[in-house]
Design a protein around this ligand. Sequence first.
Ligand code: B12
Length: 213
Amino acid sequence: MIELNDISQAVIEGNAKKAKELTLIAIEKNVPPETILHKGLVPGMDVVGQKFKNNEYYVPEVLIAARAMNAALDILRPKLATDAANYKATVVICTVKGDLHDIGKNIAAMMLEGAGFRVIDLGIAVPTEKVVEAVKLNKPAILGLSALLTTTMTNMKDIIEALEKEGLKDSLKVIVGGAPITEEFAKSIGADGYAPDATIGVQIANALIQGIS
Ligand code: B12
């Protein structure tokens, strides 16, 4: 019997091979992908975050754990995805300029995909001009922005201002997320939604596209 704790442990140890193997075994045993994500992988990363905070882990250990987490997410992604014909709306998502944290953004992207959105992921440390370009090109209903650093969260404001300047803001809704973000901050920069986690992100995205259509 596969223990979800073992999956958490593989992330904590930064053992990508084990994290992938255990995720595959769990899928074979019909453990729902959402359960593997929320009861296995995410709690593992939470422990890593705690250890980093308490100076038990340093950047290299965190990086190795993040690789293990992302390797397992790669396996889960197709299991959560919806087929192309049934997309509800397009979401462009990225981590903002100067910020390399992508685990939360990847989870949000995956959950949105699983909920029926077409997700265009621009990646990490994306310059404001690139975001604006991608909005022009893909005309998404929703733009999802992630920032994990207090020094980079202000770049979300720059993006919203740039979209306003180009006359693009009225045609889409912006959802912001990431550990330092708060509801107040989201409001203060003119975002349409704040997602403390990916599940709430999906709920907000669903509510916002109803408002659009
Ligand atoms: C992993 C990690 C790293 C890894 C990142 C690897 C990777 N591929 O992502 C590495 C080692 C590279 C790293 C580097 C650094 N890090 Co770091 N890192 C973390 C850590 C431990 C975990 C973050 C994480 O993945 N959490 C798990 C995910 C699942 O949670 P999440 O990101 O919050 O996402 C959820 C929600 O927020 C939400 N969400 C997030 N984004 C979005 C977007 C949308 C659209 C939606 C809908 C939802 C959503 O949904 C997600 C899932 O539910 C945090 C600690 C913490 N408590 O957050 C520090 C932390 C963020 N890092 C920190 C720091 C200081 C750094 C460095 C500056 C360290 C250094 N000295 O070099 C560098 C900066 C590099 C850079 N330029 O970005 C600080 C930030 C402090 C601050 N106030 O700014 C933290 C808080 C640690 C700490 N307590 O000091 N880090």
